[in-house]
Design a protein around this ligand. Structure first.
Ligand code: GRF
Length: 185
């Protein structure tokens, strides 16, 4: 099968990245991870890049300069798809337009509810009945691109920020991969 050359952007632990690496190693999963871009040199997720010998790029400097450098690398690696897996920066409109291909993000709420940060606190404060995650296309407007898929669970009485985070992340691992398969079918 011809796989899509993919770059994954991370900032932290990389648990979503791990699942994507494991799936991409299967012969019938439609992406090949050619590059990892990380906005934090201390990110645990970088260990995964090293473990699986995936080329990676770390940056922490001025955003404009950084994005220009990333665009050059994306071209060099012939990247056709970017996945934001716990990437904690906002990509500029210029970057999104210059790349010109699909960028997909996973967000820990049922969009359009609870865009931005601290979603679990917001979910609890608003006494929601359910929550979950959303995989969507990235546009220049934060967390607003077309939705590819959502997964949800019902909130229980004793749930707190930590438990919601854990339950949401467990859903994310499958949601991201399912969304990729859905798009490439
Ligand atoms: C995920 O919960 C994702 O929704 C959010 O950041 C978290 C990343 O976790 N944007 P990890 O780095 O994949 O472990």
């Amino acid at each position: 099968m011809v796989k899509i050359n993919t770059c994954i952007f991370i900032s932290g632990k990389g648990t979503n990245l791990k699942k994507l690496i494991l799936n991409s190693n299967k012969y019938n999963f439609p992406i090949k991870i050619k590059l990892i871009v990380c906005s934090n040199k201390k990110a645990e997720g970088l260990k995964l890049a090293k473990k699986w010998s995936i080329p990676f790029l770390i940056f922490q400097d001025n955003q404009n300069l950084t994005e220009k450098k990333i665009l050059v690398k994306l071209k060099n690696y012939k990247i056709d798809l970017i996945l934001l897996a716990g990437y904690m920066r906002i990509l500029s409109k210029r970057f999104i337009l210059s790349f010109g291909k699909s960028i997909i993000n996973i967000h820990p709420s049922l969009l359009p509810k609870f865009k931005g940060l601290n979603t679990f606190e917001k979910v609890l404060n608003r006494k929601e009945r359910k929550t979950g995650c959303t995989v969507h296309f990235v546009t220049e407007k934060l967390d607003e691109g077309k939705i590819i898929l959502k997964k949800f669970f019902y909130i229980e009485k004793n749930d707190n920020v930590a438990s919601l985070k854990k339950k949401t992340q467990n859903l994310e691992y499958n949601a991201f991969s399912e969304a990729i398969i859905k798009l490439t079918r």
